[in-house]
Design a protein around this ligand. Structure first.
Ligand SMILES: Cc1cc2nc3c(=O)[nH]c(=O)nc-3n(C[C@H](O)[C@H](O)[C@H](O)COP(=O)(O)OP(=O)(O)OC[C@H]3O[C@@H](n4cnc5c(N)ncnc54)[C@H](O)[C@@H]3O)c2cc1C
Length: 369
């Protein structure tokens, strides 16, 4: 095989690809990110509870110390003195990553290029792209998963600017449950940036998406219900995220798999940004030591809890709103938010377990995996 063109080839320059590229570029590694998009647009807002530092902290657009869940038993308002719910604009993350990669003499980003087949030889990897062949010592594959999950989070959101001040910018509406239009659990999510500006999103946790037409009609009804006066749509986002325990595509041996295809979405919620940041830390650190990083796999207890939780949502979706409401009402401050962000600390897990009703969970736990 010819000399490698680059030490590390990163397939896909989305959240996971850029997150790991930035860490490796800052460490002075030789790398190339291969990304099919010709240019980036501000296509999504990543929101999460920050639990650890990451290179995108100056991309935070807004943060909140209060959030609300509205279920059948009424509204639950929660807050934290320690943890903030934050939003980073994807556009700012893409800009920051591009500039850090450009500043590194051994790192580069190839836009408008798709990676296709990968071939392993004793000397390294040959990567066929639609603009030629690339040789690398390591491959990090962050391309989207090809497999369709058996259960997922589906949503349509619009960031709107309204004529009337209809939002409370002090509190995120995390989940306002609605009668289900999907075959699962349906809720509205409102991320208020100002009294007259918010991302309003309709979301289903369901086996399949209810479809664009259903989402559009539902979203328009929700926005009209806010009585916003005239309003302007600034941006739209839509997604289908896996919610499935163990959802990860087994990579070709020797390939490092990251992102949604590497099991980064929290199975019981779909939150992925924080888990992608810890995957990126883990992969960069392993490569620094010359070790082969393993895609992070949740521990047995975490997988068991996620499986039981999903089992309840799938078999008894009508109980979903009360379950989430109960979780937010009963779990100890900060512990639930850490658990939702990927914490596997036993105290966080215990707090979540003890805030759930015993009977349906016991039944679900008895169903074989
Ligand atoms: C609209 C939206 C909003 C979201 N909001 C949140 C949120 O608020 N909080 C949260 O925690 N998670 C959120 N998520 C979930 C998750 O964080 C994102 O999906 C995240 O972008 C996943 O990162 P990724 O790198 O796996 O995938 P992506 O960011 O989609 O990156 C995959 C990359 O692979 C590239 N690619 C595709 N084919 C090829 C190919 N053949 N060769 C090379 N590259 C290829 C794509 O162009 C893309 O850039 C959201 C997802 C969406 C879609």
């Amino acid at each position: 095989m010819p000399r490698p063109d680059v030490d590390i080839a990163i397939l896909g320059g989305g959240c996971a690809g850029l997150s790991v590229a930035v860490r490796l570029a800052l460490a002075g590694r030789s790398l190339l990110v291969i990304e099919p998009r010709a240019q980036y647009v501000d296509d999504r807002a990543w929101s999460f509870w920050r639990t650890a530092p990451d290179p995108f902290e100056d991309c935070v657009r807004a943060s909140w110390s209060r959030w609300e869940v509205g279920g059948p038993g009424g509204a639950v308002c929660r807050g934290s003195a320690h943890m903030r719910y934050q939003t980073v604009a994807a556009g700012a993350v893409y800009d920051r990553a591009q500039s850090l990669i450009a500043d590194s003499p051994l790192a580069a980003l190839s836009m408008g290029t798709s990676a296709n087949d990968l071939h392993k030889s004793p000397d390294g990897w040959r990567i066929e792209t639609d603009t030629g062949t690339l040789h690398a010592n390591h491959v990090i594959d962050t391309r989207p998963p090809r497999r369709i999950p058996t259960y997922g989070q589906f949503f349509l959101g619009r960031e709107i600017r309204t004529e009337r001040p209809v939002f409370d910018p002090g509190s995120v509406q995390l989940m306002q449950f609605r009668p289900a239009r999907s075959r699962g659990v349906d809720f509205v999510y409102i991320l208020p940036f100002a009294r007259d500006c918010a991302l309003v999103e309709v979301t289903s946790f369901a086996p399949t998406s209810p479809g664009r037409a259903v989402f559009e009609d539902w979203l328009e009804t929700e926005i009209a219900g806010l009585q916003p006066g005239r309003f302007e749509v600034l941006r739209e986002e839509t997604g289908a995220l896996p919610m499935e325990v163990g959802f990860a595509e087994p990579p070709q041996p020797g390939v490092i798999r990251m992102g949604l295809g590497g099991g980064a979405a929290r199975p019981s919620t779909g939150y992925a940004f924080t888990r992608i940041q810890s995957q990126a830390d883990h992969v960069a650190e392993a490569l620094r030591r010359g070790a082969m990083p393993r895609t992070l796999r949740d521990g047995l207890a975490t997988r068991f809890m996620d499986r039981v939780f999903l089992q309840v949502l799938q078999t008894m979706p009508e109980r979903g709103p009360a379950l989430f409401e109960g979780l937010f009402r009963n779990a100890a401050p900060d512990r639930l938010e850490r658990f939702l962000s990927g914490s596997t600390h036993p105290a966080d897990r215990l707090s979540v377990m003890t805030s759930l009703p015993t009977l349906p969970f016991l039944r679900a736990a008895l169903v074989p995996a």
